[in-house]
Design a binder for this molecule. Structure first.
Ligand code: NAP
Length: 278
């Protein structure tokens, strides 16, 4: 074979592999699945919605502000992702119910829940935190995760199973200075994952958790904009850089897929090696 013919042959085979790869990606291992991702108009939630959508799921995005929802829907639509949007403040019972009801009516059920919303209205010594701070943090970060689970489980059971992912934090393992109540709420999600997994296993519903480290989003800007704090974190990281939202989104999508079919009650830390456990 001449050199030119050989080059042609290699190029054709590369093109065919590329086309097959594209086709597999568009079919995706989540094709036909319906996924609710809370707090998904920015940061890790948006990245999770994108990763699920790229694998073929129909994603339902939501957050408190309509303009953020509309923007996220347009963004994902432009990326050829099947997406529906609605407002939902996870701390409000009527919003949670509306989100799930709308998903069932509009999309035909629920297969996946990514409970991602969290707040942190307090920074300081834990002994100075008030009852109002604790109420807000526990309501949004912990109770809403459980109450949304309670709403989606009957829908998942109707479809013969499902997958739930909670978003905790590395602070759930080692409380961060100044973030005591928030850290404790994130520890509670590790417990919630463990408490739910055996009970929901009977319904073929897997429950897992992701604990991100320092990820570049608005939520964590007080950390990554501070050079001193980042120097300390860098010392603790094996991968010496801040994480990107899509690096967490892809792990969430993996947990929701059949690739993780024998994985439940587990938390994966996505921290660049910071605060990992033996
Ligand atoms: P982010 O980029 O600041 O995005 C926050 C999202 O939450 C926005 O879409 C916001 O939209 C929405 N939101 C806020 N309060 C809400 C509520 N009550 N109900 C519904 N939506 C709400 O935040 P992020 O860093 O991606 O954080 C996402 C999750 O990752 C949180 O659970 C956080 O604890 C966890 N996490 C983050 C890091 C990090 O370094 N970034 C590390 C560990 C864990 P609206 O304003 O429109 O509501």
């Amino acid at each position: 074979m001449s050199c030119r013919a050989m080059l042609k042959c290699v190029a054709r085979s590369l093109l065919m592999n590329y086309a097959t790869g594209r086709r597999m990606m568009s079919q995706g291992n989540l094709a036909g699945k319906i996924a609710i991702v809370t707090a998904s108009t920015d940061g890790i939630g948006l990245a999770a919605a994108r990763a699920l959508g790229q694998r073929g799921a129909h994603v339902v995005v939501s957050s408190r502000r309509k303009e953020n929802v509309d923007k996220a829907v347009s963004l994902l639509q432009a990326e050829n992702i099947q997406v529906t949007g609605t407002t939902c403040n996870v701390g409000k019972r009527e919003d949670r119910e509306r989100l799930v009801n709308m998903t069932v009516e509009h999309c035909g059920g629920v297969d996946i829940l990514v409970s991602n919303a969290a707040v942190n209205p307090f920074f300081g010594n834990i002994m100075e935190s008030t009852e109002e701070v604790w109420d807000k943090i526990l309501d949004v970060n912990v109770k809403s995760a459980f109450l949304l689970t309670k709403l989606v489980v009957p829908q998942m059971e109707k479809k013969g199973g499902g997958s739930i992912v909670f978003i905790s934090s590395v602070a759930g393992y080692q409380p961060m200075q100044g973030l005591g109540p928030y850290s404790v709420s994130k520890t509670a999600l590790l417990g919630l994952t463990r408490a739910l997994a055996p009970e929901l296993g009977h319904s073929n519903i897997r429950v897992n958790c992701v604990a991100p480290g320092i990820i570049k989003t608005r939520f964590s800007s007080a950390l990554w904009e501070n050079e001193g704090i980042m120097e300390e974190f860098n010392r603790q990281m094996a991968i010496k850089r801040i994480g990107q939202p899509d690096e967490v989104g892809r792990v969430i999508a993996f947990l929701c897929s059949d690739d993780a079919s024998y994985l439940t009650g587990e938390t994966i830390t996505v921290t660049g090696g910071m605060g990992t456990r033996l």
